[in-house]
Design a protein around this ligand. Sequence first.
Ligand code: TXA
Ligand code: MG
Length: 354
Amino acid sequence: MTTEIILAHSESMEEAVDKAEKLLAAGELVGLPTETVYGLGADALNPNAVAKVFEVKQRPSFDPLIVHIASRDDIHQVAKISEELAPTVNALIQAHWPGPLTMVLPKQDCVPDIVTSGLSNVAVRMSNHEVFNNILKKFGGPVAAPSANKFGRISPTSAAAVAEELEGEIPLIVDAGACLEGIESTIIRVEEGENGRAHLHLLRPGPVTKEELQKVGKVVRKKKKSARLLAKEAELGEMTVAQEAPGMSDSHYAPATPLFLYEKPEDFIPEAGKKYGLLSYRGQEKDGYLGAHEWAHVEELSPGKGKLAEAAVRLFYCMRALDYAELDAIVVEPISEVGLGVAIMDRLRRASVI
Ligand code: TXA
Ligand code: MG
């Protein structure tokens, strides 16, 4: 299969939207831009189309997909919202949709089991990307879209990165330039809590921070279960992996080159004859990593003062650049875990082999 990459600029927007819509309607997959990362879109209500997503991504069937909708009201098409949860869900929609927030809620029957990996909940998101939303509106139904990378690999934040992952395997990639957020959406499961205040279970940190969510409900983050407990539950036939935070497996977002996140620069002990690259936050000597070694390649997330938003936008791009630099290993400087720093460190920890 040849993969067409079509630009979605002002003059070519209509053609791009048309082509993407026709392919989605025909049950094909399309690489689509969102404000977080590029997605691999399929008709969410067509199980055969969704099956292709799992096949192309080489994604295990127990890892469900996010369903994207074109307008706020469409949430009722795919999710059931109880009277108790309605005020919280509405407040979250008002504050964060369209935007990088995904809500996990009980699903409507029309959502095929393959989308939710057999779970009774569905993950729903409304993106604020103009091109993406134009395509969704024209298509007229929900679109399931995971990040457009092979399972476990670095999420793509440009059309070129999607092509690196999926060239020859999908018919179309819609190119709308770089993603503005650069990091995947925040995922919460909304549940009834105490005293009328809902619980927001943070399943994946992202651009919408814990502090922002706390304005709407009580944010809870479950501790990770031990390997022993998980094994026991698997033995009992419980789909815990999928229930808690599927796809949140420890190893994720990983480059092919081994990546090491060291809490302190002294923890890095180079081996003779090996080529190392550095992923630095600010590119500042005083942080201790830059001068710790003669790096073969350095990428700086936010040179100078260090801005978290810029670091998030550049994170996956820099990880890809380091991955292509033919290094033996990549060393990563930690970032302070405040605001968006929580989401960035979450991705770096998952990418790290230690
Ligand atoms: O920003 C984003 O969320 C991007 C763009 C394309 O929208 N999408 C994305 O999808 O990151 P993906 O598939 O790479 O990650 C979605 C995560 C997975 O870890 C999946 O396990 C979890 O959402 N998820 C999906 N449905 C779920 C459900 N019903 N319950 C709990 N977690 C769910
Ligand atoms: Mg992903």
